[in-house]
Design a protein around this ligand. Structure first.
Ligand SMILES: Cc1ncc(C[n+]2csc(CCOP(=O)(O)OP(=O)(O)O)c2C)c(N)n1
Length: 295
């Protein structure tokens, strides 16, 4: 690991243009951005090696502040834009920053299809269990019984497990961390960025203002302590007896396999079907036969 100078992240920020930021005091988004920038520094990536794409939401403001190639798109559509960028410029590290609502509600279809294709994106889902930017409506990850402006008597809807969703849909790298566990988050980001394939990192974060206030945890410190005490590394979790596992959320790299990646598959297809067109004696041309085009 490189020795990270204290002010390393300043070099990546558009600090002369885009600050002050919009995040509330105590929000986890800044911590997570710091982890990501340190991971990028550790890997020795240049600013121009990266395209950062987001949808709409508090966490999705992230690309606005960093001096990479950035795209702040429409709500839920970050992965669709990122897929287009990756197809056109496969050499770029394409990072998607998305919220739990952005990724699994309005953008849910893009999320599962990026995983199904196993396209080489790093998708960072910042999960604060709520729609933060619009003031605290339920998202698909709001736990049962928790309060939101749209669930004043407690949510009755079962919530998604983002990591399970990503794994079942086909992503080849799936991991979870929290805003509290900064060193772990940075290491996971490094691995996710180096993974060839669709890597999904869920980072549990605190939203003291929109979520905490409605759920008796408006103290950011308390919310960070809950991340510390309510989660366990997978290795420790596996060793626990069943009754001690109740209510604990698993952290760490949960899934990491090698499987065909979409851009490679696409390039192989292009190579196969773009053989020179045959000119017959008659002067007619012939396209590759369907057999030649078969996978
Ligand atoms: C098409 C569309 N629908 C709804 C909205 C309103 N909207 C903006 S952000 C947001 C939710 C953001 O929640 P999340 O993705 O969890 O991110 P957070 O703000 O919590 O980081 C919504 C519903 C919008 N901008 N566009």
């Amino acid at each position: 690991m490189r020795n990270i100078p204290q002010k390393v992240i300043h070099q990546y920020l558009r600090h002369d243009k885009k600050f002050p930021h919009v995040w509330c005091a105590g929000c986890g988004n800044g911590i997570i951005l710091g982890d990501l920038l340190r991971a990028i520094y550790n890997l020795g990536l240049e600013k121009d090696d990266i395209a950062m794409v987001s949808g709409i939401g508090c966490s999705s403001r992230m690309p606005v502040y960093v001096d990479f190639n950035t795209l702040h798109t429409t709500h839920g559509r970050a992965i669709a834009f990122a897929t287009g960028i990756k197809m056109a410029k496969p050499e770029l590290k394409v990072i998607v920053i998305t919220g739990d609502g952005d990724a699994t509600a309005i953008g849910g279809n893009h999320f599962i299809h990026a995983a199904r294709r196993n396209i080489d994106l790093t998708i960072i889902v910042i999960n604060n269990n709520i729609y933060g930017m619009t003031g605290g409506q339920c998202s698909p990850t709001t736990p049962i019984g928790k309060f939101a402006t749209t669930a004043p008597y407690g949510s009755i809807e079962p919530n998604f497990d983002i990591c399970e969703l990503a794994k079942c849909a086909g992503a080849s790298f799936v991991a979870r961390s929290t805003a509290y566990h900064t060193t772990e988050t940075r290491t996971i980001f490094e691995k996710a960025l180096m993974k060839k394939g669709c890597s999904v990192v869920e980072v549990i974060s605190q939203c003291p203002v929109s979520y905490g206030k409605m759920n008796n945890t408006s103290s950011p410190v308390k919310m960070l302590e809950m991340q510390r005490d309510g989660t366990l590394m997978r290795e420790a979790y596996d060793k626990l007896p069943e009754d001690k596992r109740q209510g604990k959320i698993i952290r760490g790299i949960l899934y990491d396999i090698e499987k065909p990646e979409f851009i490679d598959q696409y390039q192989a297809l292009v190579d196969r079907v773009s053989k020179p067109i045959q000119v017959k004696e008659s002067g007619k041309t012939s396209k590759p036969t369907s057999q030649e085009c078969e996978v």
